[in-house]
Design a protein around this ligand. Structure first.
Ligand code: ADP
Length: 232
């Protein structure tokens, strides 16, 4: 079954730039999909439309049965509950410990303390950081901080995990550690993962589905693709 359907989507920003042209996609539940393409090709815009940070100017985006563009602002939480988001720059709260960073969103929605504890420790175990629960972000390496941000994104077991250049600030070795964590989450939790990247080595190594964008156009959607040089 499809978790995501994108139909005839165009995104034109207010300044007149068209970031996405007539895009059509169907992404099955449980998939692991890379979105690749050079800088400015529309990768972030596509990711942002999936979590309603941006609305398409034309067409339809369906995520988990929700018509994303049509959602009223006060219903956006319904979409956000279905997904987790990981950014290049981690975006952790510096004054909170690792545990508190991961627990924060669950506390905000009023979950019971005991349930929070079980979920947070499981998420931290899944990213290999159970031994760092009491550390603060500035006591961690970049790779570890990114793993905390992944734990935060998966703590409520979302159907979908969106990652926008999650390895962009990391060296090749730390990047591969992150990819192993993401691969395990996809396999063990069944989470659908969509990851924007321009890291050619990672894409070639992982042999996942690949959506290639070029200047806002879909140029390729391969089942087990490789990085396409002509797209950069
Ligand atoms: P990528 O993630 O592949 O680098 P983006 O989706 O960030 O690409 O950008 C696609 C195009 O849209 C670029 O030309 C960029 O300058 C433009 N763009 C992105 N965000 C905005 C915005 N908020 N306002 C206007 N133009 C934007």
């Amino acid at each position: 079954m499809d978790l995501i359907r994108v139909r005839n989507v165009e995104k034109k920003y207010k300044n007149g730039v068209t970031a996405i042209y007539d895009l059509n996609l169907a992404i099955e539940k449980g998939s692991f999909v890379f979105v690749i393409g050079g800088s400015g090709s529309g990768k972030s815009t596509l990711i942002k439309m999936l979590y309603r940070e941006e609305k398409p100017t034309k067409g339809q985006v369906i995520v988990g049965g929700l018509d994303v563009a049509k959602l009223k602002d006060k219903k956006v939480y319904k979409l956000r509950r279905k997904l987790g988001i990981v950014f290049q720059d981690y975006r952790l709260l510096q004054k909170l410990t690792v545990y508190e960073n991961v627990a924060f969103a669950l506390e905000c929605i009023g979950e019971k303390k005991d349930d929070i504890r079980v979920k947070v420790l499981k998420a931290l175990e899944d990213v290999g950081l159970k031994n760092k629960v009491h550390s603060y972000p500035d006591q961690l390496s970049g790779g570890e901080q990114q793993r905390v941000s992944i734990a935060r994104a998966i703590v409520n077991n979302p159907k979908l995990l969106l990652c926008d250049e999650p390895t962009g600030n990391l060296d090749p070795e730390k990047s591969m550690e992150i990819m192993k964590v993401l691969n395990d989450i996809n396999k063990n939790r069944g989470t659908t993962i969509i990851m924007a990247t321009h890291d050619e080595k990672i894409v070639n190594k992982m042999k996942k589905q690949v959506i290639t964008l070029k200047d806002g156009h879909l140029v390729n959607f391969k089942q087990k693709g490789k990085y396409e040089n002509e797209a950069i």
